[in-house]
Design a protein around this ligand. Structure first.
Ligand code: ADP
Ligand code: MG
Length: 257
């Protein structure tokens, strides 16, 4: 069985007595070490699916297993990075990165060494004593990435992590994320509504559509990192996604893996 196995998964929210079907009939298999982008317009259930795999808010139909075990809640083996960075403003950069290590039984020296390693990885070693308010958005998100990696997670969940950044900083961070992926082979589930971002980053793109939220199809990106955004092959994958988004469900079947 695959590392992450999602079978007939669905999620219905109930609010004020009203049912809302946010996710329906999701079947998806993810292998260890894959970089997966969940792509689709706002409201198509990307965060709902991510939260279900991460164990924050479980599905109420079907099942999700990781490494053969049913997801029944969040695991300390996985971490999630959000758009708003989630840094503690009263802590310095290095103290923010140390956050996830404080419950671990490791010496102070060892902890400091790990913090330094990951701050170097995101090129923020000279900002260890700075506070989040002194950093740009891109730098803050690099702190969040260092903090996430410091706990050596099996799976890194990222929910629109670059959504608040300008286009240029965003492209820079995309490269930083790929650099890190080369060094630390993680399984990454990355949510975005940006088609180009998905084509640049993902091994496979899970294209989702709303009403109700579902997987329209899965597209493999047959290109090596770091990709040329202007190349014909890149644009071909991008066009395939546009086609899939506009396709009738019956015709999209061949893209379902
Ligand atoms: P996306 O991340 O793709 O923008 P979401 O997964 O956040 O979409 O949401 C999918 C749909 O489910 C949306 O219509 C949203 O309003 C609804 N939804 C999400 N979370 C809840 C909740 N806790 N209660 C009720 N409805 C929700
Ligand atoms: Mg979302």
């Amino acid at each position: 069985m695959s590392y992450i196995h999602i079978e007939n998964a669905g999620k219905t929210f109930v609010e004020n007595g009203q049912e809302f079907r946010a996710l329906t009939d999701v079947n998806l298999d993810i292998e260890k070490g894959e970089f997966i982008c969940l792509l689709g317009p706002s409201g198509c259930g990307k965060s709902t699916l991510l939260n279900a795999i991460a164990g924050f808010d479980l599905v109420n139909e079907g099942s999700i297993t990781i490494d053969g075990k049913e997801v029944t809640g969040p695991s300390t083996k996985n971490v999630t990075i959000f758009q708003n960075y989630g840094l503690l403003p009263w802590r310095t950069v290095e103290k923010n990165v140390a956050l996830g290590l404080e419950n671990k039984k490791i010496s102070k020296d060892e902890r400091a060494k790990i913090v330094r390693t990951y701050l170097e990885m995101v090129k923020l070693e000279n900002f260890a004593k700075s506070y989040p308010r002194q950093l740009s958005g891109g730098m803050k998100q690099r702190v969040a990435i260092a903090r996430a990696l410091a706990v050596e997670p099996d799976i890194l969940f990222m929910d629109e992590p670059l959504g608040a950044l300008d286009a240029i900083t965003r492209m820079k961070l995309q490269d930083d994320i790929l650099d890190i992926c080369k060094r630390e082979k993680k399984t990454i589930i990355f949510v975005t509504h940006d088609i180009e971002e998905a084509v640049y980053l993902a091994d496979r793109i899970v294209v989702m559509t709303p009403n109700p939220g579902k997987v329209k199809g899965v597209i493999k990106v047959p290109l090596h990192h770091f990709r040329d955004r202007t190349s014909g092959d890149f644009l071909l994958v991008r066009d395939k996604i546009f086609d899939l988004l506009n396709m009738k469900n019956e015709d999209a079947i061949e893209y379902n893996i």
